[in-house]
Design a protein around this ligand. Structure first.
Ligand SMILES: [Zn+2]
Length: 391
């Protein structure tokens, strides 16, 4: 197998480590109280976690109400390992390298056409450079997780509508070359995992992403909902207009042909009879209150609202996080959408703009690396939010 192996196996160790990871600082006595294990057992587990480099002591905390010695506080040894995340789109590859608490070491974006011939090399060379330059680190690189803009089932790419990545064994080729665990997951699913890691209030949420394509990631009762073949949340290919615009999925009138950034730019170019216009031109035209552009955005918002309602109707989330360049540039559309819902039976569902931007799926990929290596169910970035979102 791989040269990266976690020594965490035993259930009680996982429980103790989860408490240490997901609290700012915690003592052995507090852990004992929180998970109902006796103090001697907790102390023995913590001793092993410290020896194995997962945990460090950070000095004494406040005295307890009964007085006595001040307890020694514990925290995750965040610099013991490095997580590497990639997001691969047909026109761009981005990478996020972090410590074990999600704090960024490096974030890079390269605009280039990605395909079956260059993706393995592009990813492997970044990982090899990181390995060569990272210096001593007890766990080394804990794993690689790659966000795929397409359908992923059991760590295998089933369908990538805008490029040919589904024609290679991406995981197999990378694991052979790098001798590291490699995970792949659908971009929208990873975005949902990221939103959940930054949200400690809600257990059921939908992340609705509209960029090149449109997709939703679904977390129900704290767990990612993939569906039978990894196609849950493929809302981009639900039909909004029968006999509408043709879609690479083989259908017509799919939601993503109306609500993706690509679609709205295409419509703007048609409207203005100019193939050279960009997304920024569209935003400028909106802010100049060009009436054609305003009407186009209003129609976009209505289509978006229908797509959103269909997802909410299917999954009944507490909150929907929207990640869309159009809504980032025109944030008043969030209140339009919230009003739209307020007239329906879904009026209690919160609509929020994602704060994670283009790094959303990369944060989700970091969650997958951490969950897989540390064997913990939940990773909370909300504790550490400013640091994780910085840069
Ligand atoms: Zn489609």
């Amino acid at each position: 197998m791989f040269n990266t192996k976690s020594s965490i196996r035993e259930n009680n160790s996982i429980l103790v480590l989860s408490e240490i990871i997901n609290r700012p600082e915690v003592s052995r006595a507090m852990i004992s109280e929180l998970i109902g294990l006796n103090k001697a057992t907790v102390s023995a587990i913590v001793k092993q976690l410290i020896e194995d480099k997962y945990v460090i002591e950070i000095g004494p905390g406040e005295s307890t109400s009964t007085g006595g010695r001040r307890p020694i506080l514990l925290t995750l040894n965040k610099k013991a390992g490095i997580s590497i995340s990639f997001d691969v789109r047909h026109d761009r590859i981005s990478c996020l390298i972090t410590y074990l608490d999600g704090e960024k070491i490096e974030h890079t974006i390269e605009e280039k056409n990605m395909n079956k011939d260059n993706t393995v090399e592009s990813i492997a060379s970044i990982v090899e450079d990181t390995r060569d330059s990272m210096g001593h680190c007890p766990f080394g690189i804990i794993g690689i997780t790659i966000s795929i803009h397409g359908i992923v089932d059991h760590n295998k790419i089933e369908f990538t509508p805008y490029f040919d990545l589904d024609q290679i064994d991406l995981v197999g080729e990378l694991e052979t070359r790098l001798d590291l665990p490699v995970h792949i997951e659908n971009e929208a699913n990873l975005t949902a995992l990221a939103e959940a890691a930054f949200d400690n209030e809600h257990c059921s949420l939908v992340s609705f992403s509209a960029h090149t394509g449109v997709g939703a990631g679904i977390i129900l009762d704290g767990k990612l909902h993939r569906g039978h073949k990894g196609r849950s949340g493929e809302v981009g290919h639900t039909v909004l207009y029968p006999n509408g615009i043709s879609c690479p999925c083989g259908n017509q009138g799919c939601l993503e042909q109306y609500c993706s950034t690509t679609a709205i730019v295409r419509r703007f170019r048609e409207l203005k009879h100019n193939d050279q216009l960009t997304f920024q031109d569209l935003v400028a035209s909106y802010h100049l209150k060009d009436s054609d552009t305003l009407n186009m955005i209003l129609q976009f918002a209505k289509d978006f609202g229908i797509g959103l309602m269909n997802v909410i109707g299917n999954f009944d989330p507490e909150v929907v996080y929207i990640n869309s360049e159009v809504l980032d540039e025109i944030p008043e559309l969030i209140s339009f959408l919230q009003n739209y819902l307020s007239m329906t039976i879904y009026k209690n569902v919160l609509i929020r703009q994602s704060r994670l931007g283009k790094k959303a799926s990369l944060y989700g990929a970091t969650v997958v690396n951490l969950q897989s290596y540390l064997h913990v169910d939940n990773v909370e970035f909300s504790l550490n939010m400013e640091k994780v979102l910085a840069g």
